[in-house]
Ligand binder design. Structure first.
Ligand code: FUB
Length: 320
């Protein structure tokens, strides 16, 4: 089993990128708490972010220290969950979800000239943002997109497709048990990377051409969106939540639809499964987390990495 990238702090939800000739990893920073495990994820009670970097996978890992903390962000109350970072025009944009003072998850963006931060947050949450787990993707044509969403404690079930709040006529506040599964969301970003450039759209994940049903918990989207592009094809990968898998689906457009293809990663030690993929120096790597270092304590996770293999355009399923 691979070793954690670092052992002096707990880290989770890794978003890995090749920036400036190195791999930078943007994880959540798990911390000790007395809050008991519950389905809302209250035990994930994080207050800041660190950035990690390395010259190669398996090499020495640098912890660049606190890159952003809750006390710097006026709208944040608690729970700084899974972040991501994108580079555009020489600046680095750090996207993060957190629970705002009204109890709702929103997403913020913070900016730096360096990939490791420190990041300066915008004073307000991104307009129209909701739910959790932002994943930023800059396409070959320079357009950038933010994928996001998470069920249960991540509150995705409380919103309609366009991001308006549930009015009692459709899904939520519980995850639907019948009909089509709720889809992840995406919006193109403005040129300055700070806001949504368009209304939020719901993404369709299909299996054999039909929307994945809400009852299919081995295939339906739960959280941990990730987008990468390979040989012109868009790969959307995600966690299935209560079945603890990383699944993936492919399509021809950044907006989908994405057809389900299979499992990327089987369940790790711990409840959550959350990953990213990065192409670096001719190889592909999967970053993920497990609770091996904390001996199974669910909210104390550690980031790990493994080389990935493709069989043609299919991802070869991996065990943690
Ligand atoms: O780390 C808190 C939450 O746990 C993340 O936002 C989810 O993806 C899950 O890993």
């Amino acid at each position: 089993m691979p070793e954690p990238l670092v052992k002096h702090i707990y880290t989770a939800d890794p978003s890995a990128h090749a920036f400036a000739g190195k791999i930078y990893v943007y994880p959540s920073h798990d911390r000790e708490t007395d809050i008991q495990f519950n389905d809302n994820g209250d035990q994930y009670d994080m207050v800041d972010y660190h950035v990690l970097s390395m010259d190669e996978v398996g090499g020495e890992v640098t912890d660049h220290g606190v890159a952003l903390s809750a006390e710097q962000v006026p709208w944040v109350d608690k729970q700084m969950w899974a972040p991501d970072c994108a580079e555009k025009n020489g600046k680095y944009y750090f996207y993060f979800p957190a629970r705002a003072k009204d109890g709702k998850f929103k997403m913020g963006v913070a900016v730096s000239d360096e990939p490791e931060g420190p990041f300066t947050p915008q004073p307000e949450a991104m307009k129209g943002s909701f739910s959790i787990d932002p994943a930023a993707f800059v396409d070959d044509d320079g357009e950038a997109y933010l994928y996001f969403g998470g069920l249960w404690g991540g509150q995705l079930q409380c919103y309609n497709s366009d991001g308006t709040e549930w009015d009692g006529s459709k899904q939520g506040p519980q995850e639907p048990t019948e009909g089509d599964a709720l889809g992840p969301r995406v919006a193109r970003l403005t040129d300055d990377m700070l806001e949504f450039a368009e209304p939020v759209r719901e993404i369709s994940i299909t299996y054999q051409g039909k929307p994945v049903p809400a009852s299919d918990h081995e295939k339906r989207f739960f959280e941990a969106a990730w987008m990468h592009k390979r040989n012109g094809k868009y790969y959307f990968s995600y966690s299935t939540g209560d079945t603890h898998l990383i699944a993936y689906a492919t399509g021809d457009s950044p907006y989908g639809p994405f057809e389900y293809q299979g499992t990327v990663l089987t369940p790790p030690i711990g409840w959550t499964n959350h990953h990213s993929m990065v192409h670096f120096k001719g190889k592909d790597y999967l970053f993920y987390h497990d609770c091996s270092l904390s001996k199974g304590v669910d909210h104390l996770r550690s980031v790990k990495a493994k080389e990935m293999k493709f069989d043609g355009d299919k991802i070869v399923t991996m065990d943690p």
